[in-house]
Each structure stands twice: as structure tokens, then as C-alpha cells.
Design a protein around this ligand. Structure first.
Ligand SMILES: Nc1ncnc2c1ncn2[C@@H]1O[C@H](COP(=O)(O)OP(=O)(O)OP(=O)(O)O)[C@@H](O)[C@H]1O
Ligand SMILES: [Mg+2]
Length: 592
């Protein structure tokens, strides 16, 4: 039962999977076929019954006629005329196959057979009495024969048997059936043809819709469907066209918006680059400016860069600026602090390892070089690189290929290397801790950041920068730095460089309860220790004066206002709270 249901379901889904046109044609053909078959069966049944009835009636009429004519002949024993009567009956009627007459005792008085009456026919029962005829069907080699037996003189004189052949009737029936079948077939073909045309008409809008939907899915929104009639399909096509119109309109809007956004984005990026370029790198000291100019140039190349400088001078900041200004800037800068990773692991960290390369290498690991593909790899504290890693790094810098630890397959990546250290690399080379060939390879471009004590003129700008940063993180009332505190900041020798200054400002903000950072809020060493003499361009005695510090801050503020005003001097002046003419004069005096 379940199998039958499954089969029915499978058949149903197969039928449903046919196209609409096939379904319509199939249904019309099925209807015409069933109808024609019904007509055929009905005709055959009705006609068969009618023909048999007519044959039986004809048989009775003939038999009675023979019985009437033969009554006297049988009684008088006139066998000659009896035979003549039988012959005439046979000759005159094409459906009659035989005639024979038997007397009341069953003796054959006359017959139409060539020899004698077959025994089977003689054994047939006599009519039940009276004048009533009796019919029987006899199967012969020629086909079915209806035997009609009619009593002569109520049975007293004998019985007339006439064999009526169904052959002619059947032939007529077959002819009629064939004609009906031919007609049905013609009707079926005509029906299929009409169904085909009709289905074409009905299905055409559906085909059009399907074609249009496919075109839209492929991205062509200009396609529409023709409307042939004002019926349901016409309504459907109209709705579809409206939808396509709307879709096209929206896409055009989106495209226009996208174009505008892209242009706006490019513009904003350029603006941002122009106004905030290195904004996060505070300072106007010529040494820093030279470094930034070098960064600009180096950013356009793929050469390896070595950033040198004491701890806290901003090496990482410069490395980031270099990366961001380079064409690789949209990708993430990958940073590795060589000093923070145990020597045994650094090689695998940088170049990755194959599964099973060493104990604990349970799966293949992708190193930072692979990760940095298309970007920049910043190797901080490069002086701490293990000898194995140094050898591999050298190989990479020469051929741009490397192999994972425990692997043989060379891997090629596009990585720009920027290295940094606060150590004396030349000394490390002399002491044999760093490879000379690698040293030469990584210092293709060398940038040495000045310590803060050599750019004390940038201290006020940096101090205010860190103060602002601090106030964003720490809730405080602090608004300013007193002149005395600023003077102390500008006269310190900053062994920890900019990082130290950053920490000092943060500490002062935490300690300060008022609106101004005073000298008291600074660490004791700043208040007690005088800065050692430094060679600085900022002060006449080699040390930056307060005036110089204030000048640097002025430069920073003017630049920031100009950047914020998009280069518009009038707006920048308003932002600074001075006249436009004053701003021009100020810019001139500051050399902006
Ligand atoms: N010119 C600058 N303007 C603003 N902030 C700066 C500048 N230079 C450095 N800094 C800040 O000083 C801190 C120290 O900088 P950075 O980490 O780049 O120094 P470094 O030379 O890499 O130090 P180290 O050798 O100890 O790693 C950072 O918070 C950085 O943002
Ligand atoms: Mg660093």
C-alpha cells in the first residue's frame, strides 16, 4: 500500500514537472481520447445488439415463410418442391447459410447441405411448442451462426431450421467501428493541434515572463514583457513591468549614489591626507620634518627600512606612518616584537612551521610573513633576532621566498619589511650577535629619530597633545599647563623621550585637582635636575627657551586651525579667535 502511494506520488511529481504547454496538450489529448473511446465502445455495443436483433427477426420471418410454404408439401410428401423451396430461400438471402426441414419424428425431409445435415444441428432441441421460434448460437469455422427453428403447423408437420450467418453484420460493424476510430483519430490530431496553438497563446506570456525574469537575474534590468491581452496574464505582465521599472530606477539611484560616495570618499581621503597628514605625529622640529620628508619618499618604494632611535622616540609611530602612506596602507600592518618572543620560537612565529616540525607542532602554522602578504611587516627590536631567524630573514630579503620550519617547499610572498631597534646594530655586528650581510640588507633606507632632548622645542606641542589625549580618557578639570611647569618640561633632558613625557603628563593630570597643571604636579626629577646641555637649534645657548616653546605651540595651533578650516584663513582666524589680518601676520612671523 505504501509502495503504491509512493509510486503515485512519484508519478504526480513527474507530471507536475512538465511544462505548462505540455500539460495543456496532454490534458486535451487525454480528454479527446477518452471521449472517442467511449463513443467507440458505445457504438460497438449498441450496433452489435441491433444487428443481432435484426438478424434474428429476419431469420424468423424467413423460417415462418418457409414453414408456411412447406406445410402442404410436407404433408403431401412433395420432396422435390420442398428442395426447390429450400434452394430458393438459400439463393435469395445472402445471410442464410443453411436450411433444413425435419418431420415430427425427426426425419430430415430436405436440406441445403452438400451431403447431409451435420449431426450437431440435428441434435438441437425442438422449439418449446406452439408457433414460437427458438434461437441458438452455433460456433462454426466460418464464424457465429444463429440457428432459428420454427415449427410447421404448430410442430405437427415438423420444424424448419434456418442458419443465419453473422458474418455480413459483423463486417458491417467492423466497417462502422473503423470509420469511427478513424474519425476519432482525426479528432484527436485536430484536438492536439488546436491545443498546441491554444497552449501557445496561453503560455506565451508565461514564457515571456520567464525569459524576462531570467534576464533580470542575469543583471539586465532593461528587459520588459509584451502585454497581449487584458486578462490575468496581461495584468501579471503589467505588474512585472512595473516592478522591473522600479528596480531599474532604484538601481540607477544606487549607482549614482555609489558613484557620488566613491568620489566623496576619494575627496575625503585626499582632504584627510592633506589636513591630517602626520597630525598624530606632533612636532615641528626640523629634524622631525626631515624624517617625515624621508618617510614620504620611502613610502613610495618597497625598500627595506631600518628605524633607529632611543627608546620612546616614536619608532613604531614612524613605522606605522610609513606603512599608511605606502600603497600597502589599506592592508593591516603586521607587527612582531622580536624581543618579546623566546629565541626558540621566533623562527616559527615569523616563517610558520609544518605539522610535526617539532614537539608540540600539532598542526601547520602560518607565520607572520605569510600573514603580511601584500602588506608591511614591522620587525620591532630586530637586534634580538635569533641567528636562525636572521639567516632566514636574509634569504627572504634576497629572494622573496622562505620555507616554513620543518618544510621544504619554498613560499613566495610580497612583503615589505620595516625594522626598528633602539640598540646599536653596528656594535651588535662587531660583537658577532648580528649578521653583517643582514645588517646591510635591512638598512637600505635608514631613519634615525632624534631623542626628545634634541627637539625640546616640540615639548610644549607634545605636552598639550598628550594633555588632550589624557582628558579624553581621564575625567578631569585640567585645562592648562602653567608657564612654570611648561618651562620645567622644556628644560628636562628626557632620558625616556616622548614616552616619558606622555607618562609625566598623565601623572600630572591624575595629581592635579585644579584647572592648571603646576610645577608641583611634575615628578621630582624634573623640578630638581637641570637638563644637560644639548645641541639644539631652538635656543641660543643650546637649550630651548620658553619663547621657543611657545612659538612651537603657536605653530601647532595655527596649523590645526588651518587644517580644521580646510585651508580657509578667515575660518581659521575665527577658530583661533583673532582677525584674518592678524592670522596672516602671525603665519608670516611663524614662517608657516
Ligand atoms: N611625534 C610624536 N607625536 C605624538 N606622539 C608621539 C610621537 N612620537 C612618539 N609618540 C608617542 O610616544 C610613545 C612612544 O612611541 P613609540 O612606541 O613609537 O616609541 P619607540 O621608539 O618605538 O619606543 P621603544 O623603542 O621603547 O619601542 C607612543 O605612545 C607614541 O604614540
Ligand atoms: Mg617600539
Amino acid at each position: 500500500m505504501a509502495r503504491l502511494r509512493d509510486r503515485i506520488l512519484a508519478l504526480r511529481s513527474k507530471l507536475l514537472s512538465f511544462g505548462v504547454r505540455s500539460k495543456i496538450i496532454g490534458i486535451v489529448i487525454a480528454v479527446v481520447a477518452v471521449f472517442s473511446l467511449g463513443v467507440l465502445v458505445l457504438t460497438r455495443t449498441e450496433m452489435g445488439a441491433g444487428l443481432r436483433e435484426r438478424l434474428d427477426e429476419l431469420g424468423v420471418v424467413l423460417a415462418r415463410d418457409v414453414a408456411n410454404q412447406s406445410t402442404t408439401l410436407v404433408l403431401t410428401g412433395d420432396t422435390f418442391d420442398l428442395h426447390e423451396l429450400i434452394r430458393q430461400t438459400l439463393d435469395n438471402h445472402r445471410d442464410v447459410r443453411y436450411v433444413f426441414i425435419v418431420d415430427a419424428r425427426g426425419q430430415v425431409l430436405g436440406h441445403s447441405f452438400p451431403a447431409r445435415v451435420p449431426q450437431g444441428l440435428l441434435a438441437l432441441d425442438a422449439p418449446d411448442g406452439g408457433d414460437l421460434p427458438k434461437w441458438r448460437t452455433i460456433r462454426t469455422e466460418e464464424g457465429l451462426i444463429r440457428d432459428v427453428a420454427v415449427p410447421i403447423a404448430g410442430g405437427a408437420a415438423g420444424i424448419v431450421h434456418i442458419g443465419m450467418s453473422e458474418k455480413r453484420s459483423r463486417a458491417a460493424m467492423v466497417k462502422v467501428t473503423t470509420e469511427i476510430a478513424a474519425l476519432s483519430l482525426a479528432a484527436l490530431c485536430a484536438g492536439a493541434f488546436v491545443a498546441f496553438l491554444l497552449a501557445g497563446l496561453i503560455v506565451r506570456p508565461i514564457f515571456d515572463l520567464r525569459r524576462a525574469a531570467r534576464a533580470i537575474a542575469a543583471g539586465d534590468l532593461s528587459v520588459r514583457t509584451p502585454i497581449f491581452a487584458e486578462d490575468e496574464t496581461g495584468e501579471l505582465c503589467r505588474a512585472f513591468n512595473l516592478m522591473a521599472d522600479e528596480l531599474q530606477k532604484r538601481r540607477e539611484e544606487v549607482t549614482a549614489l555609489e558613484k557620488r560616495l566613491r568620489a566623496e570618499n576619494i575627496y575625503l581621503r585626499e582632504e584627510l591626507a592633506a589636513t591630517t597628514r602626520y597630525e598624530y605625529i606632533v612636532g615641528a622640529n626640523p629634524k622631525l620634518m626631515n624624517i617625515l620628508a624621508a618617510v614620504d619618499k620611502a613610502a613610495r618604494t618597497d625598500s627595506t627600512v631600518l628605524v633607529l632611535g632611543e627608546s620612546g622616540t616614536g619608532k613604531e609611530l614612524i613605522a606605522r606612518a610609513l606603512h599608511e602612506r605606502s600603497p600597502r596602507g589599506s592592508n593591516t600592518l603586521i607587527k612582531v616584537n622580536c624581543a618579546a618572543i623566546p629565541p626558540g620560537l621566533i623562527e616559527s612565529e615569523l616563517f610558520g612551521h609544518e605539522k610535526g616540525a617539532f614537539t608540540g607542532a600539532v598542526k601547520t602554522h602560518m607565520g607572520k610573513f605569510e600573514l603580511a602578504h601584500g602588506s608591511t611587516l614591522f620587525l620591532d627590536e630586530i637586534a634580538d633576532l635569533s641567528p636562525e631567524a636572521q639567516a632566514k630573514l636574509l634569504q627572504f630579503l634576497q629572494d622573496s621566498v622562505f620555507t616554513r620550519v620543518g618544510g621544504n617547499e619554498p613560499i613566495k610572498v610580497d612583503v615589505r619589511v620595516v625594522a626598528a631597534t633602539n640598540r646599536d646594530l653596528a656594535l651588535a655586528v662587531n660583537e658577532g650577535r648580528f649578521r653583517l650581510d643582514l645588517y646591510h640588507r635591512i638598512k637600505v633606507i635608514e631613519l634615525t629619530l632624534p631623542p626628545l632632548r634634541e627637539r625640546l622645542d616640540d615639548v610644549p606641542a607634545l605636552a598639550f597633545h598628550f594633555l588632550r589625549n589624557c582628558l579624553e580618557k581621564i575625567p578631569s578639570e585640567v585645562e592648562a599647563i602653567s608657564e612654570e611647569a611648561l618651562a620645567l618640561l622644556c628644560s628636562y633632558h628626557w632620558p625616556g623621550n616622548i614616552r616619558e613625557l606622555e607618562n609625566v603628563i598623565e601623572r600630572a593630570v591624575v595629581l592635579c585637582r585644579g584647572k592648571t597643571i603646576m610645577a608641583d604636579h611634575l615628578p621630582a626629577e624634573l623640578r630638581t635636575r637641570a637638563a644637560p646641555p644639548v645641541q639644539s637649534a631652538s635656543g641660543s645657548n643650546g637649550r630651548p627657551t620658553l619663547a621657543n616653546a611657545i612659538r612651537a605651540e603657536k605653530i601647532r595651533r595655527v596649523k590645526a586651525a588651518l587644517a580644521e578650516a580646510g585651508g580657509n584663513r578667515a575660518r581659521a582666524a575665527r577658530l583661533l579667535g583673532i582677525d584674518r589680518s592678524n592670522l596672516t601676520r602671525l603665519m608670516k612671523s611663524l614662517g608657516i
